[in-house]
Design a protein. Sequence first.
Length: 84
Amino acid sequence: MSPSLPSESNQIAAFEQSLDELEQLVARMEQGDMGLDDSLKSFERGIALFRSCQGALEQAELRVQQLLDPARPDSAEPFSPDVP
């Protein structure tokens, strides 16, 4: 096993936890029964969670590109499943 595996597991867990919290936050906000102050705090938290998730996804995409072609990660083609 590679020594970076536990770190990667932690990053995946952190991403999933952030995404779950973001989904719950959106659901609470969509109910519409929050006050203005709570809504603003929730919005700020949601933006922070969104940016965290977006950064994690960008890192994952870069890693996939490096795995597809370690010598030229910028030339890797995006994955497109065979869907009829």
